[in-house]
Write a protein that binds this ligand. Structure first.
Ligand SMILES: NC(=O)c1ccc[n+]([C@@H]2O[C@H](COP(=O)([O-])OP(=O)(O)OC[C@H]3O[C@@H](n4cnc5c(N)ncnc54)[C@H](O)[C@@H]3O)[C@@H](O)[C@H]2O)c1
Length: 503
């Protein structure tokens, strides 16, 4: 039986591919002795050479002392068979993603390693419980899920299966830290934490484009400029590869028994089936030139229309919108002369619903998204049948005020509110179903996906009531259960609490 904080000196790594060699490297630089084994002849020796070259490069870039690199190299041995793992305190498996093969390897390991040796799998899509089901002693089995490329990605998910002991988890957290990683403890659930949490950003973007609301370039521009994401959802999918992210979406959707909130769009499958995988095939949502540079169509509306003079506020009490429009140099009136553009700033509502609800002229009613950062770019939305001359005149005025303008078709929640609310809602749902602690959810999502903030901090920044309103409007207008707010969000919104409030 493993003890809390058990000392791990020797780590066996099985599988010397992309992940196994990274895990070996961080184990070596973390001061542990590493035994590396691969079933393919010569693969482990090739991996050793690649790791040594990596360490040399780190020395050349002054990121590692030469003596430390030499000491790390001396700690690695290539194992000729699994028998060498008799000496291991921990074995990390990083072989092919196949349950039957992994179970077979774990069964073999059980017969070789000491009773106090911990066994961990780096699987990204299988349940740890399914792998452990092949073994007799399950308290020492857990997941240790690293991210690619391992030496650069600081996050490691420590996965707790139903049979895993607290002592095993505690020891693996310490090992992760010694390897220079930032561990989070995660339940054994489909997609674990980061792969699940990452679904909302890309999949809601796919739905927006599928509904004809906006183009991929427009969605990306809004998420970068208004919401601070380093990459838009479409450039991100093109980078990770649609051959990778489509199956992950499918596995997670199925794993949660087809929860509508996790469904992707047919467009995702279409690209996968057509072999347009993104950067690696030089065509995905965008085209890529030989140097790998994206050929992205313009996101912004261009118009030669004369700028609008005066605009009418749909809601005379909407101070935030009035102030924004005035700061952009527009003449704002509360009185409708029957000919001017009417502007509104709805939360989670589309232009059509807004016009019908307030009995406004839908041909002259345009909606501006005032959520997110507004210093660079604005999103203007219109209902079907809108007067284009008037719409273009408002766009021209916003341009004249120095803003890029994304013009979109009618959509409850525009682009930004909709995607941000879905990211926040999924973060809340992960907290509700105890995938990990609220703080660890935010930590993992910022480290693993390079998000500018965690989903729970995003919910707090938007305001929980606002997120809840956006979602319930989306749910009412579309009739789609996809927008059902998490109870975690609803309760904290009702009580005026932070999304990070534990219970
Ligand atoms: N690549 C990623 O981005 C990534 C990220 C996180 C987790 N993972 C998971 O890590 C694991 C490995 O992925 P990878 O990308 O390194 O794969 P890979 O194909 O690069 O490497 C797998 C290695 O395992 C070896 N192997 C296969 N069967 C074996 C066996 N029975 N015994 C010993 N060695 C065997 C292969 O020869 C190969 O060298 C998978 O479970 C994968 O889901 C991958």
């Amino acid at each position: 039986m493993a003890e809390t904080g058990q000392k791990i000196e020797t780590v066996g790594v099985i599988g010397a591919g992309a992940m196994g060699r990274g895990i070996a490297q961080v184990g070596m630089t973390g001061g542990m002795t590493v035994l590396l084994f691969d079933a393919m002849a010569g693969a482990a020796a090739k991996a050793r050479d690649a790791i040594f070259a990596q360490l040399d490069q780190m020395v050349a870039k002054n990121r590692l002392e030469s003596a430390a690199a030499e000491a790390a190299k001396a700690r690695l041995s290539v194992a000729e068979s699994l028998d060498a793992f008799k000496a291991a305190d921990l074995v990390v498996e990083a072989i092919v993603e196949n349950l039957a093969i992994k179970q077979d390897v774990f069964r073999q390991l059980e017969a070789i390693v000491r009773p106090d040796c911990l066994l961990a799998s780096n699987t990204s899509s299988l349940r740890i419980a399914s792998i452990a089901a092949a073994c007799r002693q399950r308290d020492r089995i857990a997941g240790l899920h690293f991210f690619n490329p391992v030496p650069l990605m600081k996050l490691v998910e420590v996965i707790r299966a139903p049979g895993t002991s607290d002592a095993t988890i505690a020891t693996l957290v310490t090992v992760g830290e010694r390897m220079g990683r930032l561990p989070v403890v995660v339940q054994d659930s489909p997609g674990f934490l980061v792969n699940l949490g990452g679904r909302a950003y890309t999949q809601e973007a796919l739905r927006i484009v599928s509904e004809g609301v906006a183009t991929p370039a427009q969605v990306d521009a809004v998420m970068r400029d208004n919401w601070g994401f380093k990459m838009g959802p479409f450039e991100l999918m093109d980078l990770t590869g649609i051959d990778v992210n489509f199956p992950v979406s499918q596995i997670i959707h199925e794993g949660y028994f087809y929860d509508r909130r996790l469904a992707t769009a047919p467009l995702h499958q279409l690209l996968k089936e057509s072999g347009q995988f993104g950067r690696k095939t030089r065509q995905g949502f965008f085209a890529y030139d030989e140097a790998g540079k994206g050929v992205v169509p313009p996101a912004d509306a261009t118009t030669a229309a004369a700028p609008a003079g005066r605009v009418v506020l749909a809601d005379a009490d909407d101070e935030a919108l009035g102030e924004l429009l005035r700061s952009l140099g527009l003449e704002v009136s509360g009185f409708d002369d029957g000919d001017s553009a009417i502007l509104c700033a709805p939360l989670g509502e589309d232009c059509s619903t807004y016009a019908a609800r307030l009995k406004l002229d839908h041909r002259r009613l345009f909606a501006l998204d005032i959520a997110g950062k507004l210093d660079k770019r604005l999103t203007l939305m219109r209902a079907p049948g809108a007067r284009r001359d008037l719409f273009d005149a408002v766009v021209a005025r916003l341009h004249a005020a120095g803003r890029a303008v994304v013009t979109i078709h009618d959509s409850p929640g525009f682009i930004g509110q909709r995607i941000a609310a879905m990211v926040a809602n999924l973060g809340c749902e992960m907290a509700q179903i105890r995938v990990a602690s609220p703080a660890d959810i935010d930590k993992a999502m910022t480290l693993g996906l390079n998000y500018p903030f965690g989903p729970l901090a995003l919910a707090d920044a938007m305001g929980l009531e606002t997120v809840h309103t956006v979602l319930t409007q989306l749910q009412d207008i579309t009739g789609d259960d996809r927008y059902r707010p998490s109870l975690w969000l609803r309760r904290r919104a009702l009580l005026g609490l932070s999304a990070l409030t534990e219970d």
